[in-house]
Design a protein around this ligand. Sequence first.
Ligand SMILES: [Zn+2]
Length: 128
Amino acid sequence: MHMSVQTHYQAELDAGRFCLQHCPQCQQHVFTPRELCPHCGASPLRWVGASGLGTVYSTSTISRKQDAGGNYNVALIDLDEGVRMMSRVEGLAPEAVRIGLRVQAQVVHKDGRGLVLFQPAQEKGAPA
Ligand SMILES: [Zn+2]
């Protein structure tokens, strides 16, 4: 049975794995999941585990009532693999998230479904 790429992506997340696609022809990573490489048209794309490391490209604070959970962050994250995704940065106040902040993905489960959120990265020993 052929599983759609979106279904495959979600099934990996549900199992706690954050995966991206990688094109064996042009060697670029692909996100969001596609049947064909958006760069060169090759197919099929390979599934690879994401490093989960990225940098905040843009950030905004979404207002929400305190009894609904309070304000939260929505950010575009540039993953180190060269793809951009929309997610949320947690672990600090939504308005404290800054462009350029290094972040680390984690898969969390909400209502039985896996979902990628980010936290500030704990990187050490990076050469200057
Ligand atoms: Zn390609």
